[in-house]
Design a protein. Sequence first.
Length: 498
Amino acid sequence: MYLVLIPVAILIYQLLHLLYTTLRTRSLRSIPGPLIARFTKLWYFDRVRRGHFEEDNIRLHETYGPVVRIAPDHYTICDRAAVKQVYGTGSKFTKSAWYEGWKHPSPDRWTLFPDRNVKRHAETRKRYSALYSMSSLVHYEAFVDQCADIFATRLNEYAERKGSLNLGHWFQCYAFDVIGDITFGQRFGFLDKGEDIEGTIAALEKTMVYSTLIGIYPEWHPRLFGPLSRFRWSGAGGRAYIMKFVQEKIRQHNEHPKRNLEDGALQTQDFVEKMITARDKNPDKVTDYHVFMLGQSNVIAGSDTTSISLSAIMYHLLHNPEVLEKLRSEIDEFTAQGRCSAQVTFKESQEMPYFQAVMKEALRMHSAVGLPLWRVVPAGGAEISGHFFPEGTTVGVNGWVAHYDEEIFPDAKRFRPERWLEAESDPERLKVMNDMYMPFGLGSRTCLGKHISILEMSKLIPRLVRDFDFVTTGEKWDTQNHWFVKPTNFIVDVHRRV
């Protein structure tokens, strides 16, 4: 009898919630969108489940205009003023309940990325900001060089036996080993054979799928996480595995400290070692949980974002040979002038104007994140793009939608790095473009690891373009979007460049 009442209770709850949402958002009835999206989140859930919502989102705005309803109280927006209003510095729009799916259900377990507590997030970010700052980048170059050398060795081996490889997979192996070295002071070993060490990549992918989908119905996360975490095949199980993986690495660090250096020599230390030193000096300010949180955040976010961005750069170069040749000429010229080392330095890469434009254009064309960055309208409501949104309404801008806005980026579907160089002579135009450029997010929630990712790309891409030739079939690659828009079949042949 009671079992029969459970689905009835759920149905009644859903109907009451729909009625409440409809009454609360009467002022938004005129906002267009798919008809079924007015009544249920199922339409949005299904489109996200299919794994191509970045394309769906662009088409929705092409069809319906700058503001589109995709669920009873969820609206995606494409408007430069709205981007600044929702994500700009000092914005009172907080992260939505969707981010709950990325947290451990226990209230005392929280991490930086999904934390919806504005004050706590700001305080935590301060503890980490120096580690990720631009000025700290040069201290991590040795870690990147070591992994880039091994990656080059693997590519030479493929070139000798004339074999094909999934470049996207190898980029993830590279990014995983770099973040392992930077975070824990040791590579994970992905670059040794290109194999998934202990199923870590697979676990991470399952975590992405689970968190992305459960976030649409966050009320189910506390109910499902516990039972599902017992199964390795589930997304919850993948998250539990990643947590144990990080805890073991930190345990090894605590048991076998490398050195006890003064502050002046901290540049030679990895992230966890620096955090442990800070914890030992001030345990009230930096706790064991802060150390764990940093390690987990790096592992979960530090490989996919960078590997996808590396893939985007190479994919668009290979599908635009004229751009590739122009970039190669710049790199060859710098090399001939002694301004481009065998192990390309970060400083050298920053002095290559065309390369900087290539990197920026590739991340515009294919940002790692492919879903709206959902935010909640603050108390009192807000006027956005000509509509008044009541407080509590969920709104968001998808970076893919912003980056393919024809008014901001004319001929947006064309890979044209020159657009960034041309805009440098028109400061107002460049400002407009930068206002809508958001591959790493915007405002106070900008990706903390942004500079690490740029470091990895800046040092590796010029080296690959200078030293290797890659041949692709020319066909469009396949991708899967579960928060990150990840390529699945970036197959190439590689040859040593003479």
